[in-house]
Structure formats: structure tokens, C-alpha cells
Design a protein around this ligand. Sequence first.
Ligand SMILES: [Zn+2]
Length: 367
Amino acid sequence: MMALGEVRVARRVLLAGGLAATAVTVSGMPAVAGSRRMAPSIASTADWDARAASGSIQVLDSKPTKIVVHHTATPNAEDTSQAHAFELCRQIQNYHMDSNGWIDTGQNFTNSRGGYLMEGRHQSLAALRGGSQHVRGAHAGEQNSVALGIENEGTYTEAAVPSALWSSLVELCSYMVAQYGIAAGEIYGHRDFMATACPGAVLYGRLPELRAQVGARTGSPVVQPVTWPLVVPGASGDVVSALQLLLRARGFGVPVDGVFGAGTVRAAEAVVRRRGAAEGSCLAARVVEPGLFGGQAWLEVTPELVRGAEGDAVRAAQVLLRARGVSMSVDGVFGDSMVSVVREFRGSRGLVASGVVDEVVWRWLLS
Ligand SMILES: [Zn+2]
């Protein structure tokens, strides 16, 4: 099934690749002269004795614009040796090829708890060294053709990130940023795009620090991104109330009690399924993670709102504005007073002054 998924998206990859190539000539920075100095030691697929890929690797004629950080959702192994790291790579490749039906390892690179860096999907290392092309992986769904994926060994829902793994992650991200001219603020966690706990709350919580360290090493200015929240079972509060109103606006008969309970979870899961997880995604997001809502599934429930709009989606925006201290009634009517409120809100966030609640405003309101 996943093999079909990979074939199905191939046409779109060509399109996305073309668009990305155009964008890069406008905004991309050339690889900096000093980036070769920054090159970390990365073991190739030959070094860890990878199997041959079972299909042709797509080397895209464009630079990636993002880095997506994952955790492998495997045990937090005590063995920090290179032999263990290589064994991990072989296990992941076997799983991706034999169980997922993919042509090769999904992620572009793997980072072990001992701090060993390794190539994942074939040709990813040569492409990174070259700095003008990248390999399309299978790790983050819709982002696969524009983002490099790094799998970090372990499960970081609660456990601390080992310092060796952290150092090598900083090194690898810095090298990617230098080689491709990726902005240091464009380092994300998998959950920023999909309804998954990946890369775990602990590692995810350290992404601002990762961006800052990579920015400092590469001289790339860091703008911390505003991202969609992950809603987990048992969550409560204004974001959940807003989600419930947004689900109601989409026709789901959920309560508006601010609690992410069973009925709301079922409706949210239906939206996640509608968004689809058919494209290749990392193991952590493919094991059952019931009741999570987040990433780009938010796009399914956050319509663009303008003056004259009415109903529960407007109420959702009003609830979130009130939660941010704006004095306004929750009447579900997008009238002149709400236009001024939104205009002011956008201005205070440095956004283009308008009275429109668009995707960016929703992200700010929900974050
Ligand atoms: Zn992931």
C-alpha cells in the first residue's frame, strides 16, 4: 500500500521540485565558503552495509527548504557504539523495505544516541555534499519533496536527549543549513506537519534551542516559527474549545466544553484521516497514536474568515482572541468591530495589516 503511495505522488514531486527550484534562485543563499570546514563525519550506506534500494531513488534538482527532526520511537539504548548505530540503520532499512514496502530507508539521515551520523536513503550523502540537489525521502508526508528528514535514535516523549546525540544533531543541521542555504528557523519537528507525537515532547521542546545553536554556528539569522499546536487526549482549555467550534462548523456534533474527550477525539480523528497519512511517514507517526490532533490537519478546519462571516468558525476565532486578552463578545458575527480587532492583532505580530483571519492568523491564535 505504501509503495503505491510513493508512486502516486511521483507526478506531484516533479511539480513541487520545479517550484522549489524557482524559489531557491530567488531567496536561497549559495553554500557558504566555509561550509566544507563544517562537514561532520557521516557514515555512508556502504559503511553500514545497506541493502540496495529496490527502486530508483528520486534525486530532486532543487535544494530542500526545511529540515524535519524525528525520533525513531525505538528503545533508548545504552549501547553507544558505532556497531550498534550501524545495526540500527540496518533494522530501520529492513523495516521500511519489508514492512512498509518502500524502496529504501525513509529518512535521509540517522543520528544515534552515541552521536554517530549515518546516511539513510541512498545518495542523500552525495547530494548533501554537492549542495544543489537532494533526495526525496519518505518521512514526513506532504513535506517529503522539500524537507530533509533526520531520525534520532530513541523515544523522547519523557526521556532527556543524550548530549552526544544533541551535539551531532547540531552539527548535521548546521552543515545542511550551510550547504543548502536553509534558514535556521526552518528546522521543524514532525508534529508541526502531522498529527504525531514525533519527535517526542522533550526533543520537540528543544527545537528553539537547536535553531538558535545552528543559527549561531552558521551566521544564519533565526526567526522562530509559529506552528500548529498538538492536542493530546485529556487536554483542556481555549484551544480545545476553539477546536470543538471549528469541528462543529465542519458539521461534527461535538460539545463545546473545552475538554478533548471521547466524542471530540473521534471527530478529530476523522479529520486527520481526511487529511490523509498515505504518503511516506516515519515509524513514530505510523504506530497507533490514538487521539492526537495537530499539524496540517488544522488546515482542514481553519477556513479563511473575512467581514460578513458568521457561525462557529467565527466563534472559534473570537474565543481565541479573548484568551489573548482582547475584549470582545463571542457572538459568531464577523462585523466591523472584529475587523478592527483582527487588524490590530495582525499589526502587533508584524503581519500585513488587513482584517482577514487567514492561515497565519490561525496559527498565531492557536499557538
Ligand atoms: Zn517522525
